[in-house]
Design a protein around this ligand. Sequence first.
Ligand SMILES: Nc1nc2c(ncn2[C@@H]2O[C@H](COP(=O)(O)OP(=O)(O)OP(=O)(O)O)[C@@H](O)[C@H]2O)c(=O)[nH]1
Ligand SMILES: [Mg+2]
Length: 314
Amino acid sequence: MNDNLHLSNLSTIPTAPEGFKSGFVGIIGRPNVGKSTLMNQLIGQKIAITSPISQTTRNRLRGILTTEKAQIIFVDTPGIHKPHHTLGKIIVKNAKTAINSVDIILLVVDSSVKSGGGDRYIMDLLKTVNQPVILGLNKQDQQPENYQAIDESYTHLIQDHSWPVIKFSALTGDGLQTLQKTLIQQLDPGPYYYPPDLITDQPERFIMGELIREQILQLTRQEVPHSVAVTIEKVEETPKITKIFAAINVERNSQKGIIIGQKGTMLKAIGTAAREQIQKLVAGDVYLKLFVKVESQWRQSNLRLAEFGYRVEE
Ligand SMILES: Nc1nc2c(ncn2[C@@H]2O[C@H](COP(=O)(O)OP(=O)(O)OP(=O)(O)O)[C@@H](O)[C@H]2O)c(=O)[nH]1
Ligand SMILES: [Mg+2]
């Protein structure tokens, strides 16, 4: 198993040909607008987990798309929202930091509904940026018949700017060719930053933990998903199987009960579904052992947050 999602171990960074373009594109927006779904579609691989629950993404993630003409490094960010605990504050701070460290900002909105206060808050944050911004109207497949009023609300939102507006569906892939073309047009000439066959610089262990958390987001309700952090305790590799031991950390005993479920049925369902996903990731058989731990108020503890991989990024 490689540390990163290489297709080959021998990848090197070639010299870029004349006219090659490259750069970092930050995907930003409110929670749940489809940023992670978009990044996965654009690079053609599942790097980021997605779910119908807001605040799915907690870390900045890079997904790399290399074509003959360009290398685009997409930076998926956590949805920007008003934070209620230390975890939320770290998450939002990191998303804001990402805005300043990219070459192009792709502001994604949910165009199945009108623009709202959350979008305006992000517009405020973008007031001081110098980079080009593209507005992406996502979820076109879900636009209702009277979509004109919705589209107008977004035209109104960006009325002080002359940003390009691109419509697409991250779910179906419609419109993404145009988006890709526009992004490449806006990039400056530049080098390969990564080997052409690298899809992410995220360690495989991190993605394993996320794939387990994704199943918890999909299968449990109410406050449970937000109270969960998954840590990979041990990975043992044999020629035949990858053995993974992971802890699901929750804040309260009642949440532990929900995660385990009646006679362990919920934990079993989470494990089975996550194992299937991880098998795709490592392209081999996986044995997955899950434990549930109670770490009281971990979302408020700087020590636990750092231990679980949530830190303020520079
Ligand atoms: N119908 C439709 N649903 C979409 C589309 N894009 C994303 N979704 C759904 O919207 C939900 C949220 O998608 P995510 O990609 O997790 O959203 P996000 O912006 O990354 O959310 P956070 O990480 O919480 O900020 C999921 O249920 C997706 O399947 C789309 O183009 N059309
Ligand atoms: Mg996300």
